[in-house]
Design a protein around this ligand. Structure first.
Ligand code: PLP
Length: 446
């Protein structure tokens, strides 16, 4: 019996005690993960090497995955609705990806030379994303953004970079809340997301020294908040006017349409960065775009920019990425997965709307995020109205029910998640709103 079955709503008259009880259950159910966390403290700060996956009282340690499932150290099985924060689009050990990795391993993995697959993989990316005429590979999305921004600074001869409040572009580009003290030491101008008037005013003010405007066409870790098409179009026009490069960070959003959100919105950036699932589950990043900019990386040129990277063309990523993009996540597969996500989000939103609850799911296609508040969500400031403790309670309740998602309430469907899994998730959300409904705020006017 799950804690939700046992929960007596009358005992949980307030969110704090409900959350305390859910955490107590979590601790009792996961002794091996707790022991693993304690052991990890000896060699890693906080026992952690990736801040996004840490949470208190201690994070679960997963022992293995297969298809759409994960098993933790204590033997609980989960349907993996997190999909590795969008990178796990192919699920666990997809047979085509697995075969591509096996084939790469059979051929040896470190050549210190060009391999045969990287040109095919690059061609598949160029064919897929409308604004990418030439592309270069990196090892992560962070590195891809670093390369895009230093490229913009070098070709424009300017220094400033306009970013958006609530954005996340990697480990050294953190703008959720206060910018991180360890951010790359660029001169950042921070603008409000989806606010064209205020952003355009900032662009004008810094026009002479603005190298780049970098934007996620939907804020991913910032709450799955889509950019309004008119906002993106305004950025495009303004970047062109002042001579700054427009960079779309499509590390997460490239999966939301066959050619990414640039294709879906029709707004084409000068440079695009990619990452996550495109490497087929292996370490991956890429930056690409207008040929006249990317040609600066042609090593045959006397004035070429150098861009090294031991693992840029590592054969595991090249092989898995090529197989995934050309044989698994085809344009048709992308349409189908995103349609499934749209249906799921609509269904979850209907559950909370019908009850007049201050709870909603944002996102596009196969990416979604729960927010414990009502009303339009156009910016991280709007999302900050959500009740964080209730969102934590949602996480612990869903984990107890066997559904794995991010602690902050984000989910990304993999190709392995079935319609039945979506039904089960909707059932768990329905149970959450039934058992915890008294704790959830009512929408004004509901
Ligand atoms: C929009 C966006 N850009 C960049 C990154 C950084 O990618 P990576 O974790 O591969 O460095 C992320 C990672 O979550 C992301 O969501």
């Amino acid at each position: 019996m799950s804690p939700m079955d046992q929960a007596d709503p009358r005992r949980n008259a307030d969110v704090a005690s409900a959350l305390r009880e859910a955490e107590e259950h979590y601790v009792a159910a996961n002794p091996k993960s707790q022991a693993q966390h304690r052991a990890a403290l000896a060699a890693m700060p906080g026992g952690n090497t990736r801040t996004a996956i840490f949470y208190t009282p201690f994070p679960l340690t997963m022992a293995r995955g297969a298809a759409q499932h994960l098993w933790d150290l204590d033997g609980h099985r989960y349907v993996d609705f997190l999909g590795e924060f969008t990178a796990g689009l192919y699920g666990h050990s997809h047979p085509v990806i697995r075969a591509a990795l096996d084939a790469a391993l059979d051929g040896g993995i470190s050549f210190g030379a060009h391999g045969a697959l990287e040109a095919q993989f690059a061609a598949a990316i160029v064919a897929r994303f409308p604004s990418i005429e030439l592309v270069r590979f990196t090892n992560s999305g962070t590195e891809a953004n670093l390369m895009a921004l230093v490229t913009a600074r070098a070709v424009t001869g300017r220094s400033k970079v306009l970013v958006f409040d609530g954005a996340y572009h990697g480990g050294v580009f953190y703008f959720r809340g206060k910018p991180a003290p360890i951010n790359a030491p660029f001169a950042f101008v921070i603008a409000p997301y989806n606010d064209a008037a205020a952003t355009l005013a900032l662009i004008e003010r810094h026009a002479d020294d603005l190298a780049a405007i970098i934007v996620e066409p939907m804020l991913g870790s910032g709450g799955c908040i889509p950019a309004e098409p008119a906002f993106l179009a305004a950025l495009r026009a303004s970047a062109t006017r002042v001579g700054a490069l427009l960079v779309f960070d499509e590390v997460m959003t490239s999966r939301l349409a066959p050619g990414g959100l640039q294709q879906a919105t029709g707004v084409l950036p000068d440079l695009t960065t990619l990452g996550k699932y495109i490497g087929g589950g292996m370490s991956f990043g890429a930056f690409g775009g207008r040929a006249d900019i990317m040609e600066r990386y042609d090593p045959r040129r006397a004035d070429a920019f150098p861009h090294a990277g031991t693992f840029n063309n590592n054969v595991l990523t090249m092989s898995a990425g090529l197989a995934g993009l050309t044989r698994v996540y085809t344009a048709e597969a992308a349409e189908a997965l995103n349609a499934r996500g749209d249906r799921l989000r609509a269904r979850l939103n209907a559950l909370t709307r019908d009850r007049g609850l201050a709870m909603q799911f944002t996102g596009l296609g196969s990416m979604l995020q729960v927010h414990m508040c009502a009303g339009a969500l156009r910016s991280p400031a709007d999302a900050a109205r959500g009740d964080a403790a209730l969102r934590d309670l949602f996480f612990f309740d869903l984990v107890a029910r066997g559904h794995w998602l991010a602690k902050r309430g984000m989910a990304a469907l993999s190709l392995m998640v079935t319609e039945a899994d979506c039904d089960a998730l909707a059932g768990a959300v329905e149970e959450f709103v039934a058992t915890r409904g008294a704790l959830l705020g009512q929408r004004v006017g509901a």
